[in-house]
Design a protein around this ligand. Structure first.
Ligand code: NDP
Length: 233
């Protein structure tokens, strides 16, 4: 078994997930990056080729319970020090609750809110070290307290639901519990964040990896941005 700490990044084919893989590996972690279509995760494959001793790739479509079950079986009893649930989607670009179809709403809620909790529940047993950390990539837009202007209604609802499900999940976790973080990456230039975003992925991820490393063994559940600032629920 590796001496290095091990992180699994769920949703690592591009954007923030890919950058998380790069930076955790740079800091000496063993990294398992997942992609829903491993054959098309070209950047992740290239990164893995540069660091074959540190990075491995596994398949996961977070929205499919059978895919979560297959990953769980593949991991077996392997220890994870950090489970970083990053995968997420924006949903329909109109963001309008009056226009969204049931299928679109189902997909958004399943992917962003329910599937991360299903994955955490499935792999919880792998986070057995008392210093382990469970991270959910949420968004400041999921803060009900900060929602004064509206907009992005459906995506907001999906991340608010993720935050709520996370609180309930954490409350029922048996001891010893991992430290749990709900992290907001900032508004970041990725396929989702778009080119107008003020932050680059490397700055955002550097902040979040610092937070994860510092959180090991601290306990509790916090909602923080990439700079470590508390966000109201
Ligand atoms: P991208 O759209 O660039 O990347 C999304 C990632 O999620 C891809 O790797 C994608 O994989 C993966 N993914 C989506 N659906 C699934 C699925 N069903 N199963 C497995 N993987 C899936 O987004 P970002 O990198 O910007 O966002 C990452 C996270 O950060 C998300 O949770 C997002 O909500 C959150 N966030 C982003 C912000 C930003 O400004 N960028 C702001 C606040 C939060 P694939 O390549 O297969 O589609």
């Amino acid at each position: 078994m590796s001496e290095r700490p091990v992180v699994l990044v769920a949703g690592a084919s591009r954007g923030l997930g890919l950058e998380l893989v790069r930076q955790f590996a740079d800091r000496g972690w063993t990294v398992i990056g997942t992609a829903r279509d491993v054959t098309r995760a070209h950047e992740l494959i290239r990164l893995q080729g540069e660091r074959p001793d540190r990075i491995s790739i596994k398949a996961l479509d977070i929205a499919k319970p059978e895919s979560i079950a297959a990953l769980k079986a593949e991991l077996g009893g392997e220890r994870l020090d950090v489970l970083y649930v990053n995968a997420g989607i924006m949903g329909p670009s109109h963001h309008d609750p009056r226009r969204v179809t049931d299928a679109e709403f189902d997909e958004l809620m399943l992917t962003n809110a329910l599937a991360p909790i299903r994955l955490a529940a499935a792999l919880r047993g792998n986070l057995r070290d008392e210093k382990s950390v469970l991270v959910f990539m949420t968004s400041q837009l999921g803060s009900i307290a900060r929602n004064e202007g509206g907009g992005y209604d459906l995506y907001r609802a999906s991340k608010a639901a993720l935050n709520s499900l996370t609180r309930s999940f954490v409350a029922k976790l048996p001891s010893p519990r991992p430290t749990v973080l709900s992290l907001h990456p900032g508004w970041v230039k990725t396929d989702m964040g778009g080119t107008e975003a003020p932050l680059d992925a490397s700055t955002s991820v550097a902040g979040m990896v610092d937070i994860v490393e510092a959180a090991r063994g601290t306990g509790g559940h916090r909602f923080l941005d990439y700079q470590g600032k508390e966000i109201p629920w």
